[in-house]
Design a protein around this ligand. Structure first.
Ligand code: XUL
Length: 511
């Protein structure tokens, strides 16, 4: 029976998963870390170092080289690459790639004989790509808000947001009009990589396109007025909006054992792909994804937006819409707290929680080491209500994990009720974090076997869109629950009582 491949290009690396739907199995996987596997691009953790904490760009050629390296590693696992019948994938959201008029020609002529990064380089009109961690576009956001007011939120799903692609494009067009004029096409990370695979411009899907402040979610087309105000002539530079099969696989990928011409499905954003890969694309479950960013998302039963403006509405690749709230200080912040405390992951994930009581006697710490997205805070710094540095490691760890969980909860309520929480991403393996989420949300927390839910979602969407394998069959077979963590009723009041304290910390009230 056929296999399907899903590729995830996330912030710190790339992953590939191959599924066999008939056997309900993941048959192979491979991954690449940008820091250690592609150091020649100078992007540790997937970001070009910059002294201004608001500026966060990556080298787009890193993703091109990452794609080749990931496919090579996958082939080296010995998996029968020729059984792969379709390819899907996803990219970190909001990041944009700027290409000149040569891009189309360069794609057509892609050759297997030299590294792809060198072939794509002459087609870049901007050498770097702003990514979702960038927050340097506040002025562009203010201008968009002043011009369109609430319409931005109610029609594109979000108010103007620093990392969203529209404000990023406006910022670029204003600061560097020459390069903007030289730009013929602007792709998202997802549609850029999909374009390489098919050897021509790929569409943007509504899941990822909704993270741009440009897509009108009521018409599912680029909003002409917002697009033209964002930057002159922008409409011609944007790809089409699409779904389903984008095209056939370019022959230059045959060197990895893939059959040329197999369908490549339109790529989506990492969070929409994860919604599918956690099996939460239908009603009932919300997802907490603990990765470089922590995100909270769920399928929406109807189109509605967050009145507070923190949450976003994206397209759900399974149809309809999804909510998303994003917290920038996720894994990297937890890692820094662990390292400063001088403990290993086993201590962070479990022991710290055995040594401290739920609620941590009121001690909380928001680890905002870089500018935060939810709530928007541009001046970084740890926010705490106790002598953090003098406290033992277990107290610091619980203070951070509980503050993160409380913040996740308090900014996600707008989506409405849900039955269970599914957790995914590296940190979801931590029993202490899972129990804290169950207690803070007072909800059952479910884990699934595959933690690379974005790559899994990409593979599921490939099987569904290319060969009509029903999503509910794929979901039953590949996303079954493997562990459950029940909430403890007796601690619910402890966390209710901590919420005002959390809000005071978020506002920066004097202690
Ligand atoms: C979502 C967001 C991040 C990125 C990287 O809005 O900015 O979750 O998709 O994972």
């Amino acid at each position: 029976m056929s296999y399907y491949l899903g590729i995830d290009c996330s912030t710190q690396g790339m992953k590939a998963l191959v599924i066999d739907p008939a056997a309900s199995r993941v048959v192979a996987g491979a991954s690449v870390r940008f820091t250690t596997d592609l150091p020649e691009f100078g992007c540790p953790d997937g970001v070009l170092p910059h002294p201004d904490p608001l500026i966060r760009h990556a080298d787009p050629l890193l993703w091109v080289a990452g794609l080749e390296r990931t496919l090579k590693r996958l082939q080296d696992t010995g998996v029968e690459m020729e059984r792969i019948a379709a390819v899907g994938g996803d990219g970190q959201q909001h990041g944009s790639v700027y290409l000149n008029r040569r891009f189309g020609e360069v794609l057509k002529r892609l050759s297997p004989d030299t590294p792809l990064a060198g072939q794509i380089a002459p087609a870049l009109s901007r050498p770097t790509s702003p990514i979702w961690m960038d927050s340097a576009t506040s002025q562009a956001c203010r201008e968009l808000d002043a011009r369109f007011g609430a319409r931005l939120r109610t029609e594109t799903g979000s108010p103007a947001i620093e990392r969203f692609t529209g404000p990023q494009i406006r910022h670029f067009a204003q600061r560097d009009p020459e390069r903007y004029a030289d730009t013929a096409r602007i792709h998202l990370v997802s549609s850029f990589l999909c374009s390489l695979l098919i050897g021509r411009d790929a569409p943007v899907d509504a899941g990822d396109g909704a993270g741009m402040n440009l897509l009108n979610l009521r018409t599912l087309s680029w909003d002409p007025e917002i697009t033209e105000f964002t930057a002159p002539g922008l409409a011609e530079k944007l790809p089409t909006i699409g779904s389903g099969v984008a095209g056939g696989l370019h022959a230059c990928f045959a060197r990895f054992g893939l059959r040329s011409g197999i369908p490549v499905v339109v790529w989506t954003g990492d969070n929409p792909a994860s919604l599918v890969g956690t099996g939460a694309w239908g009603a009932g479950a919300a997802v907490v994804s603990l990765g470089t960013s922590d995100t909270f998302f769920a399928a929406l039963d109807r189109f509605h937006t967050d009145p507070e403006g923190f949450g976003h509405v994206f397209g759900n690749p399974a149809g309809g819409f999804m909510s998303l709230t994003c917290f920038k200080n996720g894994s990297l912040a937890r890692d820094r707290v662990r390292e400063d405390a001088g403990v290993d992951w086993a201590f962070f994930d479990e022991t710290a929680f055995d040594l401290t009581p739920p609620g941590n006697q009121g001690r909380l710490a928001l680890p905002w080491f870089v500018p935060e997205i939810t709530p928007p805070v541009l001046t970084p710094g740890l926010r705490t209500n106790f002598a953090f540095d003098a406290a033992p490691p277990e107290v610091r760890i619980r203070a951070v994990v509980e503050a993160q969980a409380l913040s996740l909860r308090s900014h996600s309520l707008w989506i409405g009720a849900f039955d269970t929480l599914r957790v995914t991403g590296g940190a979801s393996k931590s029993p202490g974090i899972r129990q804290t989420l169950a207690d803070v949300f007072q909800s059952r927390v479910e884990s699934i076997a595959v933690s690379d839910s974005a790559a899994l979602g990409g593979a599921m969407l490939a099987a569904h869109a290319a060969d009509g394998v029903p999503l509910d069959v794929l979901t039953r077979g590949l996303t079954a629950v493997t562990a459950v963590c029940e909430p403890r009723d007796d601690v619910s009041e402890v966390y209710e009582a901590l919420l005002p304290e959390l809000h005071a910390l978020e506002r920066g009230d004097p202690i």
